[in-house]
Design a protein around this ligand. Structure first.
Ligand SMILES: Nc1ncnc2c1ncn2[C@@H]1O[C@H](COP(=O)(O)OP(=O)(O)O)[C@@H](O)[C@H]1O
Ligand SMILES: [Mg+2]
Length: 154
């Protein structure tokens, strides 16, 4: 089941990412859908800081590098931040060798729809939609509902 939540500002999305850091586990795959400027990289930035990336450290969009690795330590868990926007065919996706990196890290994948059936079945699907300049509609899976309700740990 999917849930919805409105993120009122860039800061709210960063905060959600930081909260998400408390719920992710090694091997988790976060498939993050949404249009350009929906806030996918912003949410990932919050997640990375929540996992212990020092505040001054930049989190560039991986739209050109395609994949960016963040080591543990200093992070609590290693993260692969992946952006598939520029890839269009199966051979390009296969060439990234993603199957070999999932287990050793938390993988955050922007533009996961580019993968089609290559997206692992166990991936957690999140999406962001632009409502207005400052507001975004977040959809997230049941397993992460505790982040919002603050009642039950995953
Ligand atoms: N509620 C919000 N959540 C996330 N970003 C927002 C929000 N409101 C405005 N923005 C702005 O939208 C842009 C989102 O950029 P980015 O995170 O790089 O998007 P994407 O990775 O989805 O292309 C940033 O300039 C950010 O400040
Ligand atoms: Mg991005």
């Amino acid at each position: 089941m999917m849930h919805e939540h409105i993120l009122q500002s860039t800061e709210a999305t960063l905060d959600y990412g930081r909260a998400l850091a408390g719920a992710v586990r090694q091997g988790d795959i976060i498939a993050l859908s949404g249009n350009l400027a929906a806030g996918k990289t912003t949410l990932t930035r919050g997640l990375l800081h929540g996992l212990g990336l020092p505040e001054g450290c930049d989190v560039p969009s991986p739209s050109y590098t395609l994949m960016q690795y963040y080591e543990a330590p200093p992070l609590r868990l290693a993260v692969w931040h992946i952006d598939l926007y520029r890839l269009s065919n199966e051979a390009d996706i296969l060439g990234l060798g993603l199957d070999d990196i999932y287990d050793e890290s938390v993988s955050v994948i922007e533009w996961p729809e580019r993968m089609g059936f290559l997206l692992p079945k166990g991936a957690f699907e999140f999406s962001l939609d632009i409502i207005s300049d400052d507001r975004r509609l977040l959809r997230y899976p049941d397993a992460f509902h505790a982040l919002i309700t603050d009642k039950v740990a995953r």
